[in-house]
Structures are given as structure tokens and as C-alpha cells.
Ligand binder design. Structure first.
Ligand code: FDA
Ligand code: NAP
Length: 433
């Protein structure tokens, strides 16, 4: 099909997790408010259907952000896409209010996200992976666009989509310790429930979980409760699980205003955010989960049984297969000694790498400017700084911790951030940039 015959979308979204779902809502609400200037948008998601960290939808896991920080409320408090609107639609608003909580279960929030995404069925292509982008041969034409290559997930079949603006929101990437490979008994937390459910629980007599963050603590609790016959080892680098600081003053680092303070602040200011507030999010655990785990450990002491073993001040250095078992080697931070443990399953809750847009940018990546540390340069409106030969906007939702701060990979600010990106796209259109 020739370029002139093919639609050029105002916005093409790469990935359809909560961030780009919030953007779809912001764009739709803009089009409803300004019907004479509707925005055309198309989103591509590599999963076969909507899913938000499905493999971590553990039964008792709760949200780590207030339900008020949903897909829309902080941008538009009267949006029909709010969590409250979802509850009303589902007939549970009154009952939810009776729970007196700000923190619904992850399971319920997932249902909310599914409810919201269903309203965009005509804009989203599931099972569609973006594999690269490039400038077209006639990049300097009167209606400039980018070519986005989309492949049917798991196949070689691809098509090219034309976009005036692209918003990349592909999410975090699982992090394993160097040299450790995953297999049918060595899992990353991001694949936990899928792997667990395809394994015979009777074969799991001794399991270990690595990491002292929220994922590690939640999985340890889940395995302990689900495998009453099994020994559960938690291998953590700290002395004990440390609490996630969600007290009111510290929580201000997740406010929309903190993005300006971070973005326009000095290097010292940015460093202070990390030094004082990393413990709001990384390698920390909710109070309730810590107390739950400790209660189990205490009851074991009382009853003279012991199957929960917290191996503290320890880092995993190596993993190898020995017969049917997996041998995990740990180094003690106390005295440098090494210890091995043979387990039937080993879960690495060792966190994530920040979103890196390089893969989906493909050829276009070389037109995107980087700072002295090699990180993407990003404007306040989340637009990548590019060389002048790129006539279109490329925006990031995620992967901007170095420029916009802690909320980059979180839900806290997605309603406001999506609104800012939508505004930027609209402004660029108005001035023909
Ligand atoms: P997200 O990762 O959700 O979505 C990205 C999407 O892009 C995925 O669906 C992926 O399949 C797709 N994709 C990737 N590459 C693609 C490609 N090339 N082509 C097409 N599609 C592609 N934060 C918070 O504030 N409160 C909380 O309670 C939690 N809870 C939480 C639980 C767990 C288990 C984790 C791991 C993380 C959290 N988080 C969180 C942080 C988390 O990053 C956040 O909740 C959102 O997932 C961020 O939404 P995004 O849409 O940016 O990424
Ligand atoms: P994380 O907070 O980054 O924690 C990773 C842990 O693994 C850290 O304790 C880290 O210690 C440890 N680790 C790394 N390499 C190790 C090694 N070789 N040996 C021993 N330990 C090692 O990751 P996460 O727990 O997955 O959390 C990521 C994000 O997801 C957070 O935003 C969190 O809030 C969110 N989350 C939310 C929920 C929920 O909403 N209920 C559930 C799960 C996760 P070092 O730091 O010392 O390397």
C-alpha cells in the first residue's frame, strides 16, 4: 500500500499496560472535549490479551498505591474511567467503602484495568510486538510520519504502521544475577505463578526464594502457605526485611509536583531523592507482609517446628543443576564464607532493569540523543531529544528515572503523565511541529 493511501495515526502506543491505557483514556477524553479535533490512536501489545504482571497476582497481595491514583482521577476527577466508576459499574461501591481501605487487592485492580481496557478494543491489537522503527524515505514530506514495524507475536509476519507520534511504554525487564540462567526449576518472580502452576506441588519439598523486596517476601509467604509439607528458604542480602516507607511526608516523592522538583533540580537535589527515599520502593516490603512472615516464624518456634528459614546477609553467587536438584551457592556477607543449598525450585525475586527503549526504537535509536552516561535525553514532556531530522515525537512512559524521578516505573503518576503527553502531542499538532 502506498504511503498516501495508508492512515497516519496521531499516536501509536507501543505496549498496552496501565501507562498506555491511561494515555488512551486521556486521548479519548480530549477527543470528547474537542470533537472538532479528534485524535487517532492505535496501540500494539505483544501479549495475547490484557495482563498486568499476571504471574504475581498472588491471592493476598494488595496494591502499593492508593486506588485514587488510578488511570484517570488525578488528571480528571470526574472521569468515567476511575476506580470508583468501575466499582459503581460492578455494584460493589458500597461494599468497597465498607472495607475502609485505600489499597485494594492486586486481583481487584487487575479486574479494574481489564474493565477499562475493554472500552478500547477498537484501538488495541493484542499479539502484536513492535520490533523496530525507522524514518520513511520521504521523511521530510508535508505530513511527516515514522514507520513502526509490528510483528504478529511469535511469528515472522510483520506490517508497517505510520505514526505522527510514538509513545513507548514497554515496562520493566526481569533482572537475574549475572551468569544465572532460568530453566524449569529456576524462575524469575515475573514468571512465578505460571511456573508454579505447571509444577507438581508434591515434587516441591525444599524451595528457596532470593531477594528481600516485595516480590521476594510475597512469594515466600505464598510458598510457605501453599506447600505445608515443604521447607522454605528465604535468601536475603539484608539482616532482615526492611519496611517500605509509605509515611505521608515521604510519600510526597510520588506527587506530580515532585516530578518538576526532580527534573529541574540540581544534581545534588536528584541525589537526595535517591539517598533519602529509595526505601519507598526498592528492596523494601510492606509492613503487613513483614509482620505476617514474622508471625509464621514465631509460631514455628512456639510449636517446635521449623520449615521457614531466613538466610540473612547472603547473596547468591552461582546456580547449577545437580541431578534432579538445583544447587544454589551463597556467599555470606558476615564472614565471606560460602554455603550450598540443594532445592527443588529456586525463585529469583531479584528485581527488574528499567525500561530500555533501544530494542523497539531499532534503527531510529541512532537519531535519539543520549547524555554523558549513555542514558536517553528526555524533555520535561517525556519527549525524547532527537536529531533535527526526526520530524515526529517519540515519548517515553517508563525508563525516565534519571530525568523524572521515582514515579517513572510506577502507577502513582500515570494519570497526570499521560495527560501531559497528550497535551504535548496536541500542542505540537497546533503549531505544526
Ligand atoms: P507494564 O509492564 O505494566 O506494561 C508494559 C506492556 O508492554 C506489557 O504488557 C508488555 O507485554 C508490553 N510490551 C513490551 N514490549 C513490547 C513490544 N516490543 N511490543 C508490544 N508490546 C510490548 N507500581 C505501583 O505504583 N503500585 C503497585 O501496586 C505496583 N505493583 C506492582 C506489582 C508487581 C508484581 C510489579 C512487578 C510491579 C508493580 N508496580 C507497581 C510497578 C509497575 O511497573 C507498574 O505497576 C506498571 O506495570 C507500569 O505500567 P506500564 O504500562 O508502564 O508497564
Ligand atoms: P526489588 O525491590 O528490586 O528487590 C530485589 C531484591 O533482590 C533486593 O533485596 C536485592 O538486594 C535482591 N538481590 C538481587 N540480587 C541478589 C543476589 N544475587 N542475592 C541475593 N539477593 C539479591 O524487586 P521487587 O521485589 O521485584 O520489586 C520491584 C517493584 O515491584 C517494586 O516497585 C515493588 O514495589 C513492586 N512490587 C509490588 C507488589 C505489589 O504491589 N503487591 C508486589 C511485588 C512487587 P540488593 O538491593 O542488595 O541487590
Amino acid at each position: 500500500m502506498g504511503a498516501s493511501a495508508q492512515e497516519i495515526y496521531d499516536v501509536v502506543g507501543v505496549g498496552f499496560g496501565p501507562s498506555n491505557l491511561a494515555l488512551a483514556i486521556a486521548l479519548e477524553e480530549h477527543s470528547a472535549n474537542v470533537p472538532e479535533h479528534p485524535v487517532s490512536a492505535a496501540f500494539f501489545e505483544r501479549q495475547p490479551s490484557f495482563g498486568w504482571h499476571r504471574n504475581m497476582l498472588l491471592p493476598s497481595a494488595t496494591m502499593q498505591v492508593s486506588f485514587l491514583k488510578d488511570l484517570a482521577t488525578f488528571r480528571n476527577p470526574v472521569s468515567r474511567f476511575s476506580f470508583v466508576s468501575y466499582l459503581h459499574d460492578s455494584g460493589r461501591l458500597g461494599q468497597f467503602a465498607n472495607t475502609q481501605t485505600f489499597f485494594p487487592t492486586r486481583e481487584e485492580f487487575h479486574r479494574y484495568l481489564e474493565w477499562a481496557q475493554a472500552r478500547f478494543a477498537d484501538q488495541v491489537s493484542y499479539g502484536s510486538e513492535v520490533v523496530g522503527m525507522r524514518l520513511p524515505d520521504d521523511a521530510a514530506g508535508s505530513d511527516p510520519y515514522l514507520e513502526v514495524e509490528v510483528r504478529v507475536s511469535g511469528s515472522e509476519k510483520s506490517r508497517v504502521i505510520h505514526a505522527r507520534n510514538v509513545v513507548v511504554s514497554t515496562g520493566l525487564a526481569p533482572r537475574m544475577p549475572e551468569g544465572v540462567l532460568r530453566d524449569d526449576r529456576v524462575w524469575h518472580s515475573s514468571e512465578f505463578l505460571g511456573k508454579y502452576r505447571s509444577t507438581d506441588p508434591e515434587s516441591l519439598k525444599r524451595v528457596a526464594v532470593v531477594g528481600a523486596g516485595q516480590s521476594g517476601a510475597e512469594i515466600t509467604r505464598f510458598l510457605y502457605d501453599s506447600l505445608p509439607h515443604a521447607e522454605v528458604h528465604a535468601i536475603i542480602p539484608s539482616y532482615g526485611y526492611a519496611i517500605a516507607d509509605d509515611t505521608p511526608f515521604a510519600n510526597q516523592v510520588f506527587d506530580a509536583a515532585a516530578v518538576d522538583d526532580y527534573y529541574y533540580g540540581t544534581d545534588h537535589a536528584r541525589e537526595a531523592f535517591w539517598r533519602y527515599h529509595r526505601n519507598t520502593n526498592y528492596a523494601v516490603v510492606d509492613d503487613e507482609v513483614i509482620r505476617d512472615l514474622h508471625h509464621r516464624a514465631y509460631m514455628e518456634e512456639l510449636q517446635g517446628t521449623k520449615r521457614l528459614n531466613v538466610v540473612n546477609l547472603a547473596r547468591v553467587t552461582e546456580v547449577k543443576r545437580v541431578g534432579d536438584e538445583t544447587r544454589v551457592s551463597m556467599s555470606s556477607l558476615l564472614d565471606g564464607s560460602s554455603e550450598d543449598l540443594d532445592v527443588d525450585a529456586l525463585v529469583f525475586a531479584t528485581g527488574y532493569h528499567a525500561m530500555d527503549p533501544a530494542g523497539v526504537l531499532g534503527d531510529l535509536g541512532r537519531h535519539c540523543l543520549r547524555d554523558e552516561a549513555g542514558r536517553p535525553r528526555v524533555e520535561r514532556d517525556y519527549r525524547l531529544v532527537t536529531s533535527p531530522d526526526v520530524p515526529c515525537g517519540i515519548y517515553l512512559q517508563g525508563g525516565t528515572e534519571h530525568t523524572h524521578g521515582l514515579t517513572s516505573s510506577l502507577l502513582s503518576n500515570i494519570a497526570v503523565r499521560s495527560g501531559e503527553i497528550a497535551d504535548s502531542v496536541m500542542q505540537a499538532r497546533a503549531i505544526g511541529a
